[in-house]
Design a protein around this ligand. Structure first.
Ligand SMILES: *Cc1c(COP(=O)(O)O)cnc(C)c1O
Length: 472
């Protein structure tokens, strides 16, 4: 026992005192969060003192505890969900919320979100209406299908369709299409959850019409084709076409369903993007049910869209599961507005951010990259940025092989590694997501939204000191 060394923990002020001292700077912080911040600060200080990493008299310690409290309070007060600048060049980034919405969609959400709307009211009759009315008419017009239904996402659409049309019976799928889409959507698992029994046809790389024929039996309810959205089997391969499946389905009296995944409504063939069948092409080929996402290539809100034969969709609409999977007024508003833009296909390519990004020509990209490079080098000084060629990706489990030619801005950060720079940009006031390659930071202007460039350059400046010396 050494009586001559005072216990350093004694000098640490208690939580209440720290809170009182910090109070003038915490006026805007809810009390419950302020107290939590002070408690954490004192705990942290106690740990540091015990480890001998902190010294000083009571005033020093109190000052540091207050600073820590303010830091923690700021963190606790910041919303978890924040706007992020996507400079990765991955257009449909599931981790970043997939598609940014078109102006029209934003305006539509704003119109209905803060007030009441005729979501389930027919204004003509004054009676109860359907929440799908807003989008059903446009969807049938755009796709040529007889009927349409919208649920929470495409995983829900597939689940609902399988559960309605094939529960307790068999569904035939090619072995080459038993896909897993990111975020644990796996065809065999969704099939099991729906109550349908999966019957595999053919092999991993080759499945012929005859394989489907052999797999069909007494208990078959449906032929299912799944778009291999996020990978391709190449080489010695054969898949049965939608047309062949439809022909077989007609002979056997079996409906054919296509899970298209990304569900493209615009014809992107003219833009060096590998041929993605549009929804109307698949409907025209005779598919009885087609499902796709609202927030992949369509460029709208998260939603699962089902189009197809009226009698089959009527059954789905009556399924109690539909009630559990239904969309809200904000999704209905955003989706209707997005779909309305597609009524003018030329305008859709410019007005829907996802389509605008995917179809940008090299000159536009060069201009954007030049502007971004200038904005960054104004703040970092000369010789730090360069324009380089590279590729952007579609992402979101769509067009996996598509390599979009890109013009990138390459930054060699002064006095700091690229990985550290990437971390600082991610954790900064406006988070910026970038790519890193061989100790360079790469910014792809393709996925920047209007106004993002200047904001991004400011974040870069903050992450690096003004004179090239890094702020720790
Ligand atoms: C993306 C995808 C899904 C899941 O769609 P979500 O809208 O993410 O639920 C299902 N099937 C395929 C083929 C897909 O590409």
């Amino acid at each position: 026992m050494r009586e001559d060394r005072p216990n350093p923990l004694r000098a640490l002020p208690p939580v209440d005192e720290v809170l009182r001292r910090a109070a003038p700077d915490l006026a805007a912080c809810p009390r419950v969060l302020a107290r939590e911040a002070a408690r954490r600060a004192v705990e942290e200080m106690r740990g540091r003192l015990a480890a001998g990493r902190e010294t000083g008299d009571r005033e020093d310690l109190a000052g540091r505890a207050v600073r820590l409290t303010l830091e923690y309070a700021a963190g606790l007060s910041r919303p978890h969900l924040r706007r992020v600048i996507n400079a990765t060049g991955v257009v449909l980034h599931t981790n970043l919320g997939r598609s940014p919405l078109a102006e029209e969609a934003l305006a539509a959400v704003t119109r209905v979100a803060g007030g009441y709307a005729n979501l389930e009211l027919d204004l003509g009759t004054g009676r109860r209406g359907s929440r799908y009315q807003a989008v059903e008419g446009i969807l049938t017009r755009l796709t040529g299908a007889q009927s349409a239904l919208v649920v929470n996402n495409n995983a829900a659409a597939v689940l609902l369709a399988l559960g309605t049309l094939a529960a307790g019976r068999e569904v035939v799928v090619s072995r080459g299409q038993l896909v897993e889409i990111g975020g644990s959507f796996r065809i065999p698992d969704v099939m099991a959850a729906s109550g349908a029994v999966l019957v595999e046809a053919g092999t991993t790389n080759k499945t012929y019409r005859a394989d489907y024929e052999r797999a069909c039996g007494e208990r078959t309810a449906l032929l299912l084709q799944v778009h291999t959205s996020n990978y391709r089997v190449v080489g010695f391969v054969h898949e049965t076409t939608t047309l062949e499946l439809v022909e077989l389905g007609r002979e056997r009296g079996l409906p054919v369903m296509c899970d298209l995944g990304s569900g493209c409504l615009a014809d992107l063939a003219a833009y060096q993007l590998p041929g993605e069948p549009t929804v109307s092409e698949v409907v025209a080929a005779g598919a009885d049910v087609v499902t796709f996402s609202g927030d992949k290539l369509l460029g709208g809100p998260q939603a699962g869209i089902i189009v197809g034969r009226r009698d089959l969709l009527e059954r789905m609409k009556k399924n109690p599961l539909t009630r559990a999977l239904r969309i809200d007024k904000m999704t209905a508003a955003a989706l209707e507005a997005t779909l309305r833009v597609y009524l003018d296909p030329e305008r859709a390519l410019a007005a829907i951010p996802v389509l605008r990004m995917l179809t940008m020509d090299r000159e536009t990209l060069r201009g954007l990259a030049g502007g971004l490079a200038a904005a960054i080098s104004r703040r970092t000084g000369p010789g730090r940025v360069a324009l380089v060629e590279g590729i952007s990706r579609v992402g979101g489990g769509a067009l996996p092989l598509a390599e979009l030619p890109a013009v990138l801005v390459e930054l060699t950060p002064p006095g700091v590694g690229a990985a550290e720079m990437q971390r600082r940009l991610r954790e900064g006031p406006v988070p910026v997501m970038v790519r890193v390659q061989e100790d360079r930071v790469l910014f792809d202007p393709r996925t920047l939204l209007p106004g993002d460039g200047e904001l991004l350059a400011e974040q870069v400046a903050q992450a690096i000191g003004g004179d090239g010396i890094c702020v720790p």
